[in-house]
Design a protein around this ligand. Structure first.
Ligand code: ADP
Ligand code: MG
Length: 247
């Protein structure tokens, strides 16, 4: 496989903060429709890697290609338009708006300044909102004020807001933190559905959850990749046990 076939190709990527290398010459390839999980101890550089891919942080060196388009010097909003969606650790939903409205405002054309044009799209937007709401398990909660949702439902709503933009790469940083066992199960099912149409990168610490969803696991340590492969292989790797799983 040539490296033009990947959804995402990260090559020799580095970033330094005041001389400290948070990402150190890292190379990583993600297939189309792959669900990759990144694990590793706190401070390994996992969140920083997502920051570099979405454009929140600029790389010091190296390259990030998305569908063969070089992203490294591209502004964050242009990366969103190309199809990169990023969910941060803390949910950023509009608590005072309904579930429906939260999804509606996330529809790309909904941001049009031309009111008439937006109006013409209403049926299309409604259909998309309904479809996404079903997908995230909130199909019968559309009229509820988002602030009244459970913690898990808020996380799903935020995933839904990203899905409204039909991203080709979706990145989620610790999406199940604070969720109940049942919500974790439903989130695993949701992520498996989502990756049928796109590549997904998930950072997670819960190994049962990782086992359930990962196609492949990347283990990061000190800004580098320590190990990569199927869960069983990574779990049995003495270096991984030593720096992460053994703790
Ligand atoms: P992880 O998500 O794996 O826990 P992070 O990517 O958050 O790790 O952090 C990796 C290292 O980079 C940490 O030592 C952190 O303090 C440092 N770091 C991350 N972002 C910044 C920043 N904007 N400025 C300075 N240091 C940072
Ligand atoms: Mg982190």
């Amino acid at each position: 496989m040539s490296n033009t076939d990947f959804a995402l190709a990260v090559e020799d990527l580095s970033v330094s903060f005041d001389g400290f290398k948070a990402i150190d010459n890292l190379t990583l390839y993600i297939d189309r429709n792959e669900l990759r999980v990144i694990i590793g101890p706190n401070g390994a550089g996992k969140t920083t890697l997502l920051d570099l891919i979405c454009g929140k942080t600029r790389a010091s060196a190296g390259s990030i290609k998305f569908n063969n388009t070089e992203l490294t010097r591209m502004a964050e909003h242009r990366r969103v338009r190309l199809g990169i969606g990023r969910k941060f650790q803390t949910p950023s939903i509009y608590e005072n708006l309904s579930v429906f409205q939260n999804l509606e405002v996330s529809f790309p054309a909904g941001r049009s300044v031309l009111g008439a044009l937006a109006f013409k799209c209403t049926d299309k937007v409604k259909a998309r909102v309904q479809a996404v709401a079903e997908d995230i398990g909130l199909g019968d909660r559309l009229d509820i004020e988002a602030g009244l949702l459970s913690h898990g439902e808020k996380q799903w709503l935020e995933i839904g807001m990203l899905l409204m933009q039909e991203p080709e790469l979706l990145m989620l940083d610790e999406p199940i933190a604070g969720m109940s066992a049942r919500e974790r199960e439903l989130t695993a099912d949701l992520l498996k559905r989502i990756c049928r149409n796109r590549a997904v990168i998930v950072i997670e610490h819960d190994m049962d959850f990782v086992k359930r969803i990962a196609h492949k696991v990347t283990v990061m340590h000190q800004g580098k990749i320590l190990a990569e492969g199927p869960m069983e292989q990574v779990q049995a790797d003495p270096r991984v046990i030593d720096v992460y799983l053994g703790h």
